[in-house]
Design a protein. Structure first.
Length: 544
């Protein structure tokens, strides 16, 4: 009698309501639903928003724009999709990105897998069956073989802890929870607290409407003009024709886009060649300036050279030297926080109705019904307050869901001293649980769209392997997790990244452990590592 083939997801006995629960309908969640459903898995997905889009559903603040070029910040898994979608600008705006993600959801019929306007409140492991029970805030309970979290690294908005914050009588908004109908700021006295990415992107747009704009800055940040421009028809045709090579180069890179650093180190070239390299990256625009030379984020002298060129460029854009001095960072090397991509940010302060307040010299004492009161007693009366104060990054979106693994231990408890993962994919004590494009992986350090494909494709191959070998599940070993956490920290410590109080370290969230959370080795290096793990029979994982 011939041996029977191992069970497949479509034919194995139904011990659960579904095979996979996916949490999130952003870039990673949408691709996870598409890929895993295509393998024959039954997939249930949940999204707290009313539609797809993830961070781009919520982040609708004025000026919201991606800092990765649009032709790269897009899926590569389907060439017909690449060819049919027409990006209109070099750096896509939030409305264009959300339109693209809706198009993807429609084209691949992804919405039927989702229950929208529904948050997952808990996920609990059954240790005997290695299955998960997922509960929602709508009262639904679903059992699943696997849990796939695609909840994003920057999706839990964080407001500052300022006395009286709830007493303000005017309108108040967080950039990460901007009203979908928009906000008319015409003729208003507006205060913006925060000068990170959303603050820097929104300030020029708000200034164009407001009668008076006051920007409250605690920490100055490095920003590079986007150099944004419309994509011409000839450019679009050429970019589409070259997509295969563009994607190949992107996968060989450190950042998941088809750009590499200069072939020599900073001081291996003379000043003229060095300045030409900086100028080229400046004209390219955006975050890639931090990777002009290969030693720029590992050697302080090299970093200082890049910072000096940046400062020269920026000071030339600001009319008042005293204001320029406040806008030039002095507390961290350039590129150790994510460089912001802006459209006229520094020039905004040349306008007479825009004022910059330095909170390091004169902190906010309290907020009252009329506006902001500073430590020296100065009052700033406002009609509108905008909190551009960022997110509980990397782990905040996971922390709000009660995930219980072996022995009833919560993931939050397991990650109390910082996130513990193996490859950013698995955690010991939590079999069949995968938190994708989060801590312990390249995630926010690279092009997240290709990072999503990288993670989901690897997970799909793992699930195929489990089915082919008749396994019930998979769990990272404690030793593998310990080694990976150590490796991630050592890689970060070998750079200048630890010299900045960034959200990469959780420094913007009170009480959070100061641990560098992403993997900094780069896209290609990470791909090689996870490929080697798979080729070695999923070394570091226990197949159950």
């Amino acid at each position: 009698m011939s041996a029977q083939p191992p069970p497949t997801p479509a034919t194995q006995p139904e011990r659960t309501d579904t095979d996979v629960v996916v949490v999130g309908a952003g870039v990673t969640g949408l691709y996870a639903v598409h890929r895993l459903r295509g393998l024959g898995h039954r997939v249930r997905a949940f999204e707290r928003a009313a539609d797809v889009g993830g961070v781009w559903y919520w982040n609708r603040y004025p000026g919201a724009r991606c800092d990765v070029e649009s032709f790269d910040y897009s899926y590569s898994f389907d060439d017909a999709l690449q060819q049919e979608w027409d990006w209109t600008e070099k750096y896509a705006t939030q409305p264009e990105i959300i339109s693209y993600l809706r198009h993807v959801a429609d084209r691949f019929d992804l919405r039927p897998a989702y229950t929208f306007n529904t948050s997952v409140s808990s996920a609990e492991l059954d240790e005997k069956t290695l299955t998960w029970t997922v509960r929602t805030d709508a009262g639904e309970t679903v059992t699943a073989r696997c849990c796939v979290f695609a909840v994003g690294c920057l999706s839990r908005a964080q407001r500052p802890d300022i006395p009286g914050i709830d007493t303000f009588a005017g309108r108040a908004f967080h950039t990460g929870e901007w009203p979908h109908e928009g906000v008319d700021l015409t003729g208003q006295r507006v205060g913006v607290i925060g000068t990170g990415s959303s603050g820097i992107q929104s300030v020029p747009e708000i200034a164009a409407q407001a009668a008076q704009l006051t920007v409250f800055q605690r920490s100055a940040n490095y920003s590079i003009p986007a150099g944004n421009k419309p994509v011409t028809e000839d450019e679009r045709r050429a970019l589409k024709a070259g997509y295969a090579e563009r994607r190949r180069l992107a996968r060989l890179s450190g950042g998941g886009s088809p750009f590499t650093t200069y072939p020599k180190k900073t001081f291996d070239v003379d000043e003229g060649e060095r300045r030409a390299a900086y100028e080229s990256r400046w004209e390219l625009g955006g975050v890639l300036y931090s990777k002009t030379f290969p030693d720029q984020v590992t050697d302080l002298a090299a970093n200082d050279a890049a910072r000096a060129f940046w400062e020269e460029k920026v000071r030339a854009r600001i009319a008042d030297p005293a204001v320029a001095a406040l806008l030039v960072p002095g507390d961290h090397p350039i590129g150790t926080k994510r460089i912001v991509t802006d459209s006229g940010y520094f020039e905004t302060y040349n306008q007479p109705h825009v004022e910059l307040v330095d909170l390091r010299r004169n902190p906010i004492a309290r907020i009252d019904e009329k506006g902001v009161v500073l430590a020296d007693g100065t009052r700033v009366d406002l009609d509108v307050l905008v909190y551009a104060t960022g997110f509980d990054a990397m782990t905040g979106s996971v922390d709000r869901i009660e995930v219980r693994g072996r022995g009833g231990r919560t993931l939050k408890e397991a990650w109390r001293d910082g996130p513990r993962t193996y490859l950013g994919l698995g955690t010991d004590g939590f079999p069949n649980f995968f938190n994708l494009t989060g801590p312990g992986s390249p995630s926010v350090m690279v092009n997240v769209v290709l990072a999503a494909e990288q993670h989901v494709d690897w997970l799909a191959a793992l699930l195929r392997h489990l089915d082919a070998t008749g396994r019930r599940g998979v769990e990272a070993t404690g030793a593998a997790v310990d080694a990976w956490v150590r490796d991630c920290r050592e890689r970060a410590a070998a750079t200048l990244l630890m010299r900045a109080d960034s959200w990469y370290l959780g420094a913007n969230t009170p009480g959070k452990p100061r641990v560098f959370m992403p993997f900094v080795g780069g896209f290609k290096v990470y791909q090689d590592i996870i490929d080697e793990v798979a080729a070695a029979g999923y070394e570091g994982f226990e197949l159950l």
